[in-house]
Ligand binder design. Structure first.
Ligand code: FUB
Ligand code: ZN
Length: 639
């Protein structure tokens, strides 16, 4: 099978980019961009508000306070000086990316909530960034501020340590991602042009040609970013470089599993090494696969996805079990208290599963995406948007607490750019089908078969399993609405035997159109309703949302003899303030009655679960009441 190929220009609606004039993304399924979806949801509305009012202003203030902008100013000053100004490149060699990532998140928000003051602030930051760009486009303050004594990780010359820790290509990747979002949101080219100049510099200096260097990124992300830059500009050289980075990995000087360079991608079948690098790599491979149509890439990421989902995925959707190299562990090595589960790795897992859906159209990828989103990713930021986790362990003896920022700030700045992009994950379109992938109250304006379709979704998901979808306008006539029926309501915890439900509860779902129950065989996990839709048509989906007990595969030693609780897409944990005895002494039996409680005072509509003597709260909401014990997996008792 070949995935369908490039369609230049006319595929505007299909592009990741808003005002895309470049090339199609190449995926058989078209994303519905975040700009087409207005969130009216309590759950995600509160997250977007926290992003706007707290996370993004905080991140910009941290960029100021920690000298991120000073780095650009010093690079500019040194470039124009006739002597060594003696600046010392401290911090991390990728500190520039926090600026780019925060602009990216702010740009998504600007699209939905125009804010001239924020836009002007970003413009002023971009003036500082632009001034640090070398005449040939190179932009990396960790070298430019002191070329004779660059950052310890930078190496003596450009690209000399790019396969190790210089992060020169990582900086490029985040710059391009941020610049494209900014361009889409504002229509301004001031960031995009900076990014294009740096990308052009890399295209000139790196590649298979004579006089070029053969190098691959130490830390991936440039693959995804360059593929996206290709779709925005239509310039083939960016796709060629993305493909070059993918193809040459494992053939250069760097050949280790930490950076997924132990083999070529075509020979890989296991998720290994640094989990963020890995997730970004597999996502970049998916983009290149979509754009080139080469099946060998797809075969490789299919194998790796199977490995993750059957042997390396936490129940929270977190990945990367060990702090040794911030990496994937061995198969079934999923410790709880020492689980690393970096917030960035959960974000990378969402990127990867999203792309797998766009390639294959099966709901199982969204089942994994949703699990990461509502659990291992969301736990990375506090409910108020002001404090963050870097690792997200599944058990704590009380030493964990979210912090307002980190020296290595990859996670908070990734939260900055990810949360505002969530509306872009709700729907997708293919030919005459509209996929409803996430249940989020919103209003959608999109096109199916090239014709306008408007609908509104209302729901109290993830707390309740009832969803209403009303057709507000339809110029597309007949089309198929594909409702994702999540694995959890079909009796499947994850699309593998890594976790299974341990109770005897049967959950059901019911779909009605205009009050009449309809039936359909699921296709690839979707309930398909094919009809000539009229304005006012109402689809309702009811999903039973009983709390469920989960057991891990026996091969997961850390979870042997333990049970966990989840309800709908939300994984629960026991935390110290709610339980009269130490969390480590709480037990669950497979027949324990589970009941749901909602207290009016609970923020964000949170439901607790009572399981015998244990009181449980959503995992993402832990660590809001001071330090103390927490556990997702509780010991199983006989009765
Ligand atoms: O190297 C850049 C980022 O810093 C990685 O993605 C994180 O794991 C942290 O090491
Ligand atoms: Zn991180």
């Amino acid at each position: 099978m070949k995935v369908h190929l490039l369609l230049v220009g006319a595929a505007a609606a299909a592009c990741f980019a808003l005002s895309c004039t470049g090339a199609s993304h190449g995926y058989p399924i078209d994303p519905v961009p975040f700009t087409s979806v207005s969130v009216t949801d309590d759950f995600w509305g509160a997250r977007l508000k926290a992003s706007r009012e707290v996370t993004i202003p905080l991140a910009f203030s941290k960029c100021e306070e920690t000298g991120r902008y000073t780095n650009f100013e010093q690079a500019a000053a040194q470039m124009h000086a006739d002597h060594d100004l003696g600046f010392h490149p401290g911090g991390y060699s990728f500190d520039d990316t926090d600026v780019y990532k925060t602009i990216e998140g702010a740009s998504y928000l600007l699209q939905t909530y125009p804010d001239p003051k924020l836009e002007a602030y970003i413009d002023s930051v971009l003036v500082i960034v632009a001034a640090a760009q070398e005449p040939d486009g190179y932009l990396y303050t960790a070298r430019t501020m002191n070329p004779a004594h660059p950052h310890d990780w930078a190496g003596p010359e450009r690209w000399s340590k790019v396969e190790e820790l210089s992060h020169e290509f990582y900086n490029l990747g985040h710059m391009v991602e941020g610049a494209i979002a900014h361009y889409q949101a504002t229509g301004k080219r001031n960031f995009l042009d900076i990014a294009i100049r740096y990308a052009d510099c890399v295209c000139r200096e790196i590649g298979p040609g004579e006089g070029q260097l053969v190098r691959v990124p130490g830390h991936q992300i440039a693959e995804m970013a360059l593929a996206k830059l290709y779709t925005v500009t239509g310039e083939r050289k960016y796709l060629d470089l993305a493909k070059f980075f993918v193809d040459r990995r494992g053939t250069t000087d760097r050949r280790d599993s930490y950076s997924q360079a132990h083999k070529t991608i075509f020979e890989q079948d296991e998720a290994v090494g640094h989990a963020v690098r890995a997730g970004y790599f597999y996502s970049g491979v998916a983009d290149v696969a979509a754009l080139t149509g080469e099946q060998a890439y797809i075969d490789a990421i299919d194998r790796i996805w199977d490995n993750i989902v059957s042997k390396k995925l936490y129940i929270t959707g977190g990945v990367g079990s060990t702090n040794r190299g911030e990496a994937f562990g061995a198969n079934y090595e999923l410790p709880n208290a020492t689980a690393y589960c970096e917030t960035c790795a959960a974000i990378a897992n969402v990127y990867f599963n999203y792309r797998m859906f766009l390639l294959h159209g099966e709901s199982k990828y969204y089942d994994v995406l949703e699990r990461s989103l509502y659990n291992g990713l969301l736990s990375g930021v506090s409910l108020d948007g002001g404090t963050f986790f870097y690792p997200n362990p599944l058990a704590s003896d009380g030493r964990h607490a979210r912090q307002a920022w980190f020296g290595c700030a990859c996670c908070p700045s990734n939260i900055c750019r990810f949360i505002p992009s969530v509306p872009g994950y709700v729907y997708a379109v293919k030919d005459d089908a509209l996929y409803v992938n996430l249940y989020v109250a919103d209003r959608l304006e999109t096109k199916v078969k090239g014709r306008e379709v408007k609908l509104s979704q209302s729901t109290a998901y993830p707390w309740e399993g009832d969803v209403e979808i009303r057709i507000d306008a339809n110029k597309a006539g007949r089309f198929t609405m594909k409702l994702r029926i999540p694995g959890w309501v079909r009796g499947e915890v994850v699309p593998s035997d890594l976790y299974t439900f341990a109770d005897l509860t049967q959950t059901h779902y019911i779909v009605k159109v205009n009050g009449q129950e309809v039936s359909s065989e699921l296709q690839d996990g979707y309930f398909c309703i094919d009809r000539k839709w009229q304005e006012g048509d109402l689809v309702t989906l009811h999903m039973d949302m009983q709390p469920r007990l989960v057991r891990a595969n026996e091969a997961v030693r850390a979870d042997r003899g333990r049970l966990a609780v989840e309800r709908g897409p939300v994984v629960y944990c026991a935390e110290w303030p709610d339980n009269g005895i130490p969390v480590s002494e709480l037990t669950l039996s497979s027949s324990v009655p589970l009941s749901v409680e909602q207290q009016a005072s609970e923020p964000g509509g949170i439901r607790r679960i009572h399981a015998g003597d244990a009181v449980l709260i959503p995992y993402f909401a832990w660590a809001h009441r001071g330090r103390g014990e927490m556990a997702v997996w509780l010991e199983e008792s006989a009765e």
